[in-house]
Write a protein that binds this ligand. Structure first.
Ligand code: HEM
Length: 456
């Protein structure tokens, strides 16, 4: 935010085809497209592209990303791409804006406080252990689909931490209903031909049914909790009891529903995907896995499983997780809409203009990450991290809209990884080719399959 507009250069425009702009180039391989843009326009710090009939500006460097999501964040709203998400998340933290969002964030933030997370960490460890017990029953001669296994355990963790452990089979019902709604919504988002909600297409009917089922279950749980007034150590309880310090208000049933579905959606697939990528990287780097297993052994000794405190006491495991999030950030692109004009050093963004920030691009910039495609957890050795711009690593976003579940996700990934590596050695399946599939999250295109060898 400096200099006057008269000294600004126009933002470079990446050439495209008539009507479709850069859509085809983008659809062919979005990540390769983004890396190409970085190579070609990195010195300009931003570039204008046209995808799906919409012009938008991709920020290529950390300083500009920081200006949008932190320094001048009040100038940026969520934009049109959030409209579809709003259809099933309602007005939860991910999709809301302005004063309403600020109030909700104030109300929800204490639920993610370190002390509260310590309580939830016990559930994470318990579920990770049950998971590794299930895995140890499988035939070791056959590779295990670890993408599906990661979904299985994160689904259980997120549903139990959100809604409590006491629900029994109702918890399974809810978990399936929410996962189904997410699946149906994902399909709706990637389907290029979308009809308005009132048109009874198969997609729309499936969506309406899935929504009705989820709402029925969630409102039922909320009603019961309010009636009995019982206290539980779960996120629903923390949000039910949260009151705004300024106004004394608490959340309505509607609002609670939206926040619970939002937390489930934002917290589930991201963590499962990241876990699958981490395991994929570890099988390819047995030296790193060996060092991780050493660290786990040195902290746990002969104990079978970690405590909540142990999860934070393994710096090398943290380095591995960070490096995996760098190479494969699940939230690989974030979008915004400018409310007013915004001046950068060399360029100016006008009002009502789409802006993209891609953690993937920032994480693969050789200026900040030498040899960026290489997996090297040493990059996150605390002795070397301070030289980089803090916004060159944004797996959880930044500024006031930083992921509220970032510590939750990191704890969960630590629990899963520590329990798994304490028991198994991961062995690569030969000739398994894994490529990326950037949908809403950056997923592996095919299932990640791995041999699990019990250590003794
Ligand atoms: C590896 C796992 C995760 C990744 C990579 C991730 C990434 C992100 C990113 C990049 C954002 C910012 C989006 C933006 O500014 O446009 C975000 C927001 C959010 N995330 Fe996460 N997330 C993860 C796990 C979780 C978990 C476990 C939860 C909840 C339990 C969660 C809940 C949320 C919510 C509610 C928001 C919206 C926050 C707001 O705008 O106030 N996330 N996440």
């Amino acid at each position: 935010m400096s200099t006057t507009s008269s000294s600004k250069r126009p933002i470079p425009v990446h050439p495209g085809l008539p009507l479709v702009g850069n859509t085809l180039e983008y659809l062919r391989d979005p990540l390769a497209f983004m890396r190409r843009l970085l190579r070609t326009y990195g010195h300009e710090r931003m570039v204008r592209i046209a995808i799906g009939g919409r012009k938008t500006t991709l920020m290529l460097k950390p300083e500009e990303a920081k200006q949008v999501i932190q320094e001048n964040n009040r100038n940026y709203g969520r934009g049109k791409s959030f409209a579809i998400l709003r259809e099933f998340l309602g007005n939860g933290l991910l999709t809301s804006e302005g004063d309403f969002w600020r109030r909700q964030r104030r109300l929800a933030q204490p639920a993610f406080h370190r002390q509260k997370l310590a309580i939830l960490a016990d559930i994470m460890i318990e579920e990770a252990l049950a998971w590794s017990n299930r895995l140890s029953q499988l035939d070791q001669a056959k590779p295990v689909n670890m993408s599906a296994a990661a979904v299985d355990v994160t689904l259980r963790i997120v549903t139990r931490t959100l809604f409590g452990s006491h629900l029994g089979s109702e918890l399974d019902n809810l978990s399936h209903a929410l996962a189904h709604l997410n699946h149906v919504a994902n399909n709706a988002v990637i389907n290029p031909i979308r009809f308005p909600k009132w048109v009874p297409t198969p997609d729309n009917r499936a969506f309406t049914r899935a929504m009705a089922k989820v709402d029925d279950l969630i409102y039922g749980i909320i009603r019961l909790r309010r009636q009995t007034g019982e206290s539980r150590d779960d996120l629903l309880d923390m949000l039910l009891r949260a009151t705004d310090e300024e106004t004394g208000e608490s959340m309505s049933d509607n609002q609670l529903r939206d926040e619970m579905v939002t937390l489930f959606t934002a917290g589930h697939e991201t963590t499962a995907t990241s876990m699958a990528w981490t395991l994929h990287l570890l099988v390819q780097h047995p030296d790193v896995m060996g060092r991780a297993k050493e660290e786990i052994k040195s902290v746990l000794g002969h104990r079978e499983f970690p405590s909540a405190t142990d999860l934070r006491a393994m710096p090398y495991i943290s380095q591995i997780i960070n490096e995996s999030l760098r190479l494969y950030p699940p939230a690989w692109v974030m979008s915004r809409l400018s409310l007013g004009p915004d001046r950068f050093d060399d360029h100016e963004i006008e009002a009502n203009s789409g802006v993209l920030i891609s953690p993937y691009v920032l994480h693969h910039d050789p200026e900040n990450w030498p040899d960026p495609e290489q997996f090297d957890p040493e990059r996150f050795n605390p002795a070397t991290t301070s030289e980089r711009h803090p916004y060159s690593f944004l797996p959880f976003g930044g500024g006031p809209r930083l992921c509220i579940g970032n510590q939750f996700a990191l704890l969960e990934m630590h629990a899963m990884l520590i329990v798994l590596l304490h028991r198994f050695t991961l062995v690569q399946v030969p000739n398994l080719r894994i490529t990326t599939q950037p949908l809403i999250t950056l997923r592996p295109k095919n299932a990640i399959r791995i041999y699990l060898q019990k250590d003794n």
